[in-house]
Structure formats: structure tokens, C-alpha cells
Design a binder for this molecule. Structure first.
Ligand code: HEM
Length: 512
């Protein structure tokens, strides 16, 4: 009998985890759509001619038909925005809007089971290999059922705080490594930090790879995960031949995902083995945070579902956090004065050698503001969320038929001088509140939503933020960081999360 089955036997009748049910789900409201006078969809400005060909129109905006690859989707979108305004058509069945009122309308009308297009390649992979789809790929009631089970252990504010001690240990090891060696490849190091940190949540244990020696299996996992993310949204810019047969690109993707899953499965099996031991010898306390255990003790989830889900969290939680952390450190490195203000906040709250805890982290307002501002400067996803709505809607006075892919262009909006003062300046202070709780700057609240909002928002938000805060605070507590980048605004690429095109050469000068 395999470890998972043995584990189930032990835990089936034990008390459930005590996480209370929490849902961000608001009752979906259909907006009061004025369908009497909207202008027709075809009148929305946007590229015409071949760009309007069904299914393949948007493809002509990218290589080899233009100089832009999919990693430059933000530049393509900015060019169209400059030419046509805040709302423009994007191929025959797509529209992009950076108007805050439109964005709000879309979220209000996303329905009970929001549809997010763009992940066809991963969906096809799961169907062909008969693997259980995780949260990101499921639709409709099946998605809602799984989401409800997952979010009770991931989404509420305290979910991540359960893991703060374990993840703080990872941040301390990162700093020890930075002190003892001068790692040449900071990007690689941040990926290792991210995987070690999310492993604390996914497997309830450290992988032990931050000591300077990265095992072969982790190296392979990281390589394959990068292939996975580089190919993930290929369907947006090329004709999706992979839907019809196994193209070489599809095979590359399949092999990479198979290997990522293989790595995760071994780690899950190891954690399950440990879980069996703990339940046998009575050392497992159901009150302890343990995502894997809490999912496994939910009889409504099959072992395959749990495995698929944990692997999805592992994959979704590595690339995103590592890249965001790099961008964050780059922002701080370019602004020594801001670093000093942050350093002072760190000294005030945890001192020279202390660690962030569940009590102190919520007080780190400047740290939070620094990350928000880094998200604003370099939005982590190329636009914002994408939705296909269940009903027609009116955006900026145009009729948008149901079934249209709507790109919510928060990245553009949050850099627009109409909504943000001096948008090219990195200024965390704009997110702070004064004594009366008034915001320093009135920025539309729908603007900066890097993890999206609504019932289908990012389930990993709390973990990602916590991992970035812990690493950022520990690094600034111990080092002054600087960079060889001197351009005012670095060039970025979206693969699909935002990354700096030229890897920054960060220098860590130890504080004494
Ligand atoms: C800085 C890091 C991250 C960013 C910027 C980010 C951003 C996003 C965004 C924009 C979405 C789409 C939401 C929507 O369509 O409304 C999403 C979905 C998702 N994210 Fe994240 N994410 C990050 C980290 C993580 C982490 C650490 C995990 C896992 C531990 C994770 C797991 C997921 C999953 C499973 C979904 C799909 C949710 C669903 O469809 O129900 N993410 N994320």
C-alpha cells in the first residue's frame, strides 16, 4: 500500500484542522447595464485588417510579424494604448481597458465562476496526460468546489502567519549565505530562496538547499519550471497548433511539466511518510500549521487532487515570488535614501538582530509601502487579470458581447499621471496614511491589485507577500544594497511574471 493510503487510514477519523471557513466571495452583482445606447463593439478603436482575422488576428502583433516577442506584450499593449486610447480592441475577440471604472465593472460582473482565458497549453497537457487539474485551470462548479477547500487554508490574513517562523528561518539562511559567500548569480539564489520558502508551506519542511549546496533534483526542477513558465502563454501569440497535435513546443512543455510534477511527487511522498510516523507515535498536533495534512484530512478531496493542488502551489509559488523579490531589491538598491528609511523602521520594530514575527510584521507600514511601490513601478503581470464574462457588458460606452476576452490593464493605469502623481518616481510614501488614516495620495483603489481581486484572485498572495517581506527586511537589516544598473527605469520582460531584462548586479555591503 502506498504512503498516501496508509496516511489516510491513520487520519480519516481524526479531528479536522481548525481553520475556519473564509471566503472572499461576494454575491455577484450584474451591473445595471445600459444596453439602449452603447456604441457597437466594432467601433472600439484598434488595429484593423489582418489584426481582425478570427482566432489568428492578435498573432500578427508579435514575432515574426513584428519586432515584439510575447515577453514584450507590455510594449505592444502600450503602443496600442498610445495610439488608440485607454480602451482598444486586441484582435477580433479581445479588448483591453485601463479605465478604472471599466475595471471595476468587469470585476462586478465576473459572475460566480469567473473565467480566466489564456492557459490552453497547460489545460491540454492535463487533459492529454489525464492529470487532475488544479485551481488555475479548473472552471465552473468544479473550480468553485476546490477553491472553497483551498482558500480556507490559504487566503485569510492569518494563513501565512502560521508559517512565519519557518519562513523567517529561510530568510535568515539567505542572509547567512550572502554574508559567507559572494554569490555571483543573485537571480538563481532568489529562486532557491523562493522554493525553499514555499516548501515550508507545501511540504511542511525545509528542503535544506540554502546552505550553498543545491541538489541535482532541485536544479532540474528549477530548469524545468523556467521552461514551463516561458512556454505557458505561448497560445496568446501563436496559432495554437498544439491543440490539434503534439508539436515540438508542446513536447518540450510536457517533458518540463512531467519533471516538475515528478519532483513534487517525491517530496509529497516524503512528507506523507513523516505524517504517518507522526500520527502513529502521536506527535502530530492537528493545531499545527500543515497545509498538506489539512488537505488530506478533508475526505472530499482525493489523494490525486491533493497532490495536484500542492504541486500547483509549489510551481505557482516559485517563479512569481523569486522574480518579484528581484524587482523589489532592485528598486531598493536604486534608492539608498529609501533603504535608510526602511532600515530605520526595521531597527524601530525588531532591532539590529531581531526577526519579523506575527506580531511585528503587521506594523511594518513602510516595508509594505516599499513593496506596493515596487509592484506599481513594475507590475508583476503584463496587464492585470483577464476575464471572459458570462453576460454582455458596457465598457467606456461600448457594447462588449459575452465571450470577449477582456484584458484589465492595471499595469498601464497605475503608471498614468491621471491617477498617480509623478508616476515614474519610486516613492513608497504615496501609500502611507497620516495620523487620521488619510491616504497621502488619492489613487483609485482598483488600480494596484497585483494579485487581482474578487472570487478568483491569487490564493498565494499572503505567502508571496510574507516571503518577500521576510527576505527584504532581513537583507536591509544586514546590508546596504546597491546596483550597477544606472538607467532611470530598467527594461523588463514578462515571462509571464515581470523580470528585469538585464539581470542586476546587486552588491551587498554588510552593515556594522
Ligand atoms: C508575487 C507573487 C504573485 C503574484 C504577483 C501573483 C499573481 C496572481 C494573479 C494576478 C493571479 C490571477 C488572478 C485572477 O485571475 O483574478 C493569480 C492566480 C493564482 N495564483 Fe498567484 N501570484 C503570486 C504568487 C503566488 C503564490 C506564492 C502562489 C501559491 C502558493 C500562487 C498561486 C496562485 C493560484 C493557484 C492561482 C489561481 C487561482 C484560481 O484560479 O482560483 N500565486 N496569481
Amino acid at each position: 500500500m502506498n504512503t498516501s493510503k496508509i496516511f489516510r487510514q491513520y487520519v480519516r477519523h481524526r479531528p479536522r484542522f481548525l481553520y475556519e471557513y473564509y471566503s472572499t466571495a461576494a454575491t455577484p452583482q450584474l451591473s445595471d447595464i445600459n444596453t439602449t445606447n452603447p456604441k457597437p463593439f466594432k467601433d472600439i478603436p484598434g488595429p484593423t485588417g489582418i489584426y481582425n482575422l478570427p482566432k489568428i488576428g492578435a498573432m500578427f502583433l508579435f514575432k515574426p510579424f513584428s519586432k515584439y516577442g510575447l515577453e514584450s506584450i507590455h510594449e505592444v499593449s502600450d503602443n496600442l494604448n498610445d495610439k488608440y486610447g485607454p480602451i482598444f480592441r486586441f484582435g477580433p475577440g479581445g479588448v483591453s481597458t485601463s479605465d478604472p471604472k471599466d475595471i471595476e465593472q468587469v470585476y462586478k460582473n465576473e459572475g460566480k465562476y469567473p473565467v480566466r482565458p489564456g492557459l490552453e497549453l497547460a489545460s491540454i497537457y492535463h487533459e492529454r496526460s489525464q492529470k487532475e487539474k488544479g485551481l488555475a485551470l479548473l472552471e465552473g462548479e468544479k473550480w468553485a468546489e476546490l477553491r472553497q477547500k483551498v482558500q480556507k487554508v490559504t487566503v485569510r490574513p492569518k494563513s501565512a502567519l502560521h508559517y512565519i517562523e519557518g519562513q523567517s528561518g529561510v530568510a535568515k539562511d539567505l542572509v547567512l549565505l550572502l554574508k559567507s559567500t559572494k554569490p555571483e548569480d543573485i537571480r538563481e539564489l532568489l529562486f532557491i530562496y523562493a522554493i525553499e520558502s514555499i516548501a515550508v508551506v507545501c511540504f511542511n519542511k525545509r528542503l535544506g538547499i540554502l546552505g550553498g549546496h543545491v541538489t541535482e533534483d532541485v536544479k532540474n526542477y528549477l530548469e524545468n519550471m523556467k521552461v514551463f513558465f516561458n512556454l505557458l502563454d505561448t497560445g496568446l501569440s501563436t496559432f495554437p497548433l498544439f491543440k490539434y497535435y503534439e508539436t515540438p513546443m508542446y513536447k518540450k512543455f510536457r517533458d518540463a511539466v512531467d519533471k516538475c510534477y515528478g519532483f513534487g511527487k517525491v517530496k509529497i511522498e516524503e512528507s506523507l511518510g513523516k505524517a504517518v510516523e507522526m500520527t502513529k507515535d502521536g506527535t502530530w498536533n492537528p493545531e499545527d500549521p500543515n497545509l498538506l495534512m489539512s488537505l488530506l484530512t478533508d475526505d472530499r478531496l482525493s489523494i490525486d487532487q491533493v497532490t495536484g493542488l500542492v504541486l500547483d502551489l509549489l510551481i505557482a509559488g516559485t517563479d512569481s515570488t523569486a522574480k518579484t523579490l528581484e524587482v523589489f531589491l532592485d528598486c531598493l538598491a536604486r534608492h539608498p535614501d529609501i533603504q535608510e528609511t526602511l532600515h530605520q523602521e526595521i531597527l524601530d520594530h525588531i532591532g539590529r538582530h531581531g526577526d519579523l514575527t506575527a506580531e511585528t510584521l503587521p506594523n511594518m507600514k513602510y516595508l509594505t509601502a516599499c513593496l506596493k511601490e515596487s509592484f506599481r513601478m513594475h507590475y508583476p503581470v503584463s496587464m492585470g487579470a483577464i476575464r471572459i464574462l458570462p453576460n454582455d457588458i458596457v465598457l467606456s460606452g461600448y457594447h462588449i458581447p459575452k465571450g470577449t476576452s477582456i484584458f484589465l490593464n492595471n499595469r498601464r493605469m497605475i503608471k498614468d499621471p491621471k491617477y498617480v502623481k509623478d508616476p515614474t518616481v519610486y516613492r513608497p510614501e504615496r501609500w502611507l496614511r497620516d495620523q487620521k488614516g488619510e491616504k497621502a495620495e488619492q489613487i483609485p483603489s482598483i488600480g494596484l491589485i497585483p494579485f487581482s481581486i474578487g472570487v478568483r484572485n491569487c490564493v498565494g498572495r499572503r505567502f508571496a507577500e510574507q516571503e518577500i517581506y521576510l527576505a527584504g527586511a532581513k537583507i536591509i537589516q544586514n546590508f546596504k544594497i546597491s546596483t550597477n544598473h544606472n538607467s532611470a527605469e530598467p527594461k523588463v520582460a514578462y515571462t509571464p511574471f515581470c523580470t528585469l531584462t538585464d539581470q542586476p548586479m546587486l552588491t551587498f555591503e554588510e552593515r556594522i
